[in-house]
Ligand binder design. Structure first.
Ligand code: EPZ
Length: 420
């Protein structure tokens, strides 16, 4: 396993390109199971999760080629409808092959994904939606065993205790593209990644309306064709770089961003005093004035994204005053608090709330990454901490950030990688 060694105190300056969105890519790759024709997807980030989904598609009978930033998916002639535990358990998003396999092959056997450090990660909404379409789903030895001789359109309420579900919306929407009749998904996820998936499916010949709103309507069709498609830029990577600029007091220009996907984050950062200039596909961040404490609550889109919570906590740990972060999507997504406190932060957890008392300085330390966004949080803290910070278990980071250390070094950071 590798670790990153970060020398704190370097002010970031310059221009950085944002990679394609992991959370748009993964369901779109699953959607290629809906056709036997070739699909070509560009703007693809080189990530551990990209490789995992490619392995899953290959195990299901697809020929997949990944070169530069482009993936081509073709049928190999043989079909397998079982997604194995050893692959699904490493990446929860692989569970969204269930809907496409059911729609295309009328059967599937997909391992339940299990939980992770940020929460139990149940899939009850996925199963509810697919059953509403007429699928027979049983749980056998940790697998969902599914059959659907005929999927029929239905009106499905897909909201859960924590609001809408991104991947449940994706799974059910993909299954409904080939169901007989009209499906309405109420309390659907509105994330930009769901919009990207719906646009990909419509380009394949699906008939989907209302995506990006809580009510999505899908009229089933008989077949879907192969397509070429470019995925959207990663709004969470972009937000991470904006915070990297602010936490180091730097000036950074992001290119290849859709700032319209980042309303809640940009609004909150401007509200605390960040100097942010939005233009066509670029965002410029200047550290021109001190930042103010604030309160943040994470919510499904268009609310403040839970995937930016840890990064924001690193920033707020150095802002004078008391800030409160309330995590409403994954109430246990606070593994990074203990690590930040080891660097001198003053953060207390009270249930779903993190109470952050800003300190004058963080001190470099040996810390351990626990999940993808906690990794980014600790690296952000290391950029500004006094002395050296060592972040171990950065395989978590590599799941969702393309060359983050190299990109930060290109802006003036001082990060090196070494074997643990
Ligand atoms: C997606 O996960 C993202 N992953 C997550 O990003 C992101 O944090 C999450 O959406 C919320 O925005 C991908 O898109 C690959 P959910 P997903 O279903 O779809 C509960 C990252 O860092 N729920 O929207 O799995 C669930 O427990 C990752 O890139 C149920 O109760 O999340 C959570 O509290 C981490 N039953 C809430 O809904 C279900 O059947 C939202 O989860 C499904 C979810």
């Amino acid at each position: 396993m590798d670790r990153l060694i970060i020398e704190g105190g370097k002010r970031l300056q310059g221009e950085i390109g944002i990679s394609g969105s992991k959370n748009a890519l993964l369901p779109i790759l699953a959607a290629t199971l809906l056709t036997d024709e070739p699909c070509r997807i560009s703007g693809v980030p080189c990530l551990r999760d990209t490789s995992t989904m490619i392995r899953i598609l290959r195990s299901l009978g697809k020929n997949v080629n990944f070169k530069n930033d482009e993936i081509t998916v073709k049928s190999s002639g043989h079909v397998n409808t079982t997604a194995e535990y050893k692959l699904v358990s490493t990446m929860r998003a692989s569970f969204c092959v269930l809907g496409p396999l059911l729609a295309k092959f009328k059967k599937a056997r997909v391992s339940l994904p299990g939980g992770c450090v940020i929460g139990l990660r149940p899939v009850d909404l996925h199963l509810k939606g697919l059953r509403a379409l007429g699928a027979c789903l049983d749980i056998d030895k940790g697998y969902v065993v599914a059959r659907a001789d005929r999927l029929s359109g239905a009106h499905i309420y897909l909201g859960g205790a924590f609001g809408s579900s991104v991947l449940a919306t994706a799974n059910v929407m993909m299954a409904a593209t080939k169901a007989y009749g009209i499906t309405k998904i109420e309390s659907a996820a509105c994330e930009p990644e769901i919009v990207d998936l719906a646009k990909f499916l419509n380009k394949m010949g699906a008939r989907i309306k209302g995506f990006g709103t809580p009510l999505i309507e899908i009229e089933g069709v008989r077949r879907l064709q192969g397509v070429e498609y470019r995925i959207i830029p990663d709004r969470i990577e972009a937000g991470t770089f904006i915070i990297a600029a602010l936490i180091t007091g730097g000036d950074v220009k992001l290119v290849n961003v859709i700032w319209q996907h980042m309303g809640a984050v940009l609004d909150k950062l401007e509200d605390i005093g960040a100097d942010i200039e939005k233009a066509d596909k670029t965002i410029e961040v200047k550290s021109s004035r001190p930042l103010r404490a604030t309160n943040i609550t994470t919510l499904p889109y268009p609310g403040f994204p839970t995937d930016m919570q840890a990064q924001m906590m690193a920033l707020m740990s150095l802002v004078p005053g008391v800030s409160i972060i309330t995590e409403k999507v994954y109430p246990d997504r606070f593994m990074h608090i203990a690590e930040l406190n080891r660097m001198g932060a003053h953060i207390q957890r009270q249930g779903p709330h993190a109470i952050i008392e800003g300190v004058g300085q963080l001190c470099g330390a040996k810390v351990m990454a626990s999940d993808l966004r906690a990794s980014a949080c600790l690296i952000l803290a290391g950029l500004v901490a006094k002395g050296i910070t060592s972040v171990s278990r950065i395989y978590h980071l590599e799941r969702g950030y393309e060359n983050l250390d190299e990109k930060l070094n290109s802006l003036g950071a001082r990060i090196c990688r070494e074997k643990e």
